[in-house]
Design a protein around this ligand. Structure first.
Ligand code: NAD
Ligand code: UFG
Length: 334
């Protein structure tokens, strides 16, 4: 009985693969490597000391290939990370995002149905809350989106909800991640962004390593404690562990449920820079620039539901996140 991990070579999927193996689960990874590298699968093996992790370099949009995996293995549940995630690119190439993210999920669900596999953990995002009117954000808040990437997440949530209505045996935990950063403590797994990073932490680490000159802080006139944007940064290892709790939950409950995976604490851009500088003893040159269009001032989770129903909460600190992000970038790029 195995857990199929789609997108398991990627940033969050690889960390989750490690936690699953460490908890004694048998896993199978499928990833087309469109935004990752086979090296991360090798590094999962290194960290866990397991040499025989089945890996399929297949596209989840391909029904024939997915069917082959389900035919050859007894798959009990699926954690579905596979998807494209760059907000800016999704605005420029919406079809690429709708096609990949929707097709891969629809195909996966069709194949799961065929093989009577009805337990799914889905990677959603806090982006489905659009521009929230108040914080902390609860799962019951209204949803809306501001870009095609976010719309794919919301569409998939709705599709999964409908599947659960049609099939009372189907069980979905839809995990709405806040801002995952950090890396594995071994320095072997982390986020390797394609090209110039859009997100804050990868930008900071690339400035620190000398690949980029200066960080632009997008706006210092927000209604926050220091004027810069506030987010709920969560260590990727804490996030990965949440998937194990979600698996346990869906083993015992049917139907569709959403969960916030965040710490419940918001930090500003300047808080992040300061903590990164202090813990790593590095100076990050930065300049204040215009606000980035589409950014909200403040976004952080109310993680109470995850604590109550999943028995999960984040434990690692912002210092841990800044130290581990730098440790990984140092060993990867220096
Ligand atoms: P990632 O790009 O590192 O990992 C995604 C993996 O999926 C990659 O390895 C990629 O090669 C693979 N993939 C993409 N399309 C595929 C397809 N059709 N078939 C097979 N493999 C495919 O991204 P991540 O940060 O690990 O994110 C994982 C999931 O979590 C994504 O669905 C993403 O949208 C979601 N998410 C991420 C964040 C974040 O900030 N990182 C926040 C919220 C939600
Ligand atoms: N920021 C900068 N400079 C940069 C990059 C970011 O000042 O070079 C600021 C942003 O303005 C924001 C904060 O840093 O205030 C965080 O920005 P990120 O781009 O790291 O993260 P976002 O909160 O904008 O978006 C992320 C993911 C989305 C996801 C969203 C909610 O990129 O996919 O979190 O989960 F939808």
């Amino acid at each position: 009985m195995a857990v199929l991990v789609t997108g398991g070579a990627g940033f969050i999927g690889s960390h989750t693969a490690v936690e699953l193996i460490n908890s004694g689960k048998e896993i199978i990874i499928v990833d087309n490597l469109c935004n990752s590298n086979i090296q991360s699968v090798e590094n999962i093996k290194k960290i866990t000391n397991i040499n025989n992790i089945p890996f399929f370099e297949y596209d989840c949009c391909c029904k024939k290939k997915l069917t082959e995996i389900f035919q050859k293995n007894h798959i009990e549940s699926v954690i579905h990370f596979a998807g494209l995630k760059a907000v800016g690119e999704s605005v420029e190439q919406p079809l690429k995002y709708y096609s990949n993210n929707l097709k891969s999920t629809l195909t996966l669900c069709e194949v799961m149905n065929k093989f009577n596999c009805n337990k799914l953990v889905f990677s959603s995002s806090a982006t489905v809350y659009g521009s929230p009117e108040t914080v902390p954000i609860k799962e019951t808040f209204p949803t809306s989106t501001t870009n095609p990437y976010g719309t794919t997440k919301l569409m998939i949530e709705n599709i999964l909800k409908d599947i659960c209505i049609a099939n009372p045996n189907f069980s979905v935990a839809c995990l709405r991640y806040f801002n995952p950063i950090g890396a594995h403590q071994s320095g072997l797994l982390g986020e390797v962004p394609n090209g110039i990073p859009n997100n804050l932490m990868p930008y900071i680490t690339q400035v620190a390593v000398g690949k980029l000159k200066i960080l632009s802080v997008f706006g210092n006139d927000y209604p926050t404690h220091d004027g810069t944007g506030v987010r709920d940064y969560i260590h990727v290892v804490d996030l990965a562990k949440g998937h194990l709790n979600a698996l346990t939950y869906i083993e015992n409950h049917c139907g569709f449920e959403t969960f916030n995976l965040g710490t419940g604490v918001g930090y500003s851009v300047l808080d992040i820079i300061k903590t990164f500088e202090e813990i790593n003893n590095i100076t990050i040159p930065y300049k204040i620039t215009e606000r980035r269009p589409g950014d909200v001032a403040v976004c952080y989770a109310d993680p109470t539901k995850s604590k109550d129903l999943l028995n999960w909460q984040a434990n690692l600190s912002l210092k841990d996140m800044c130290r581990d992000s730098w440790n990984f970038t140092k060993s990867t790029f220096k």
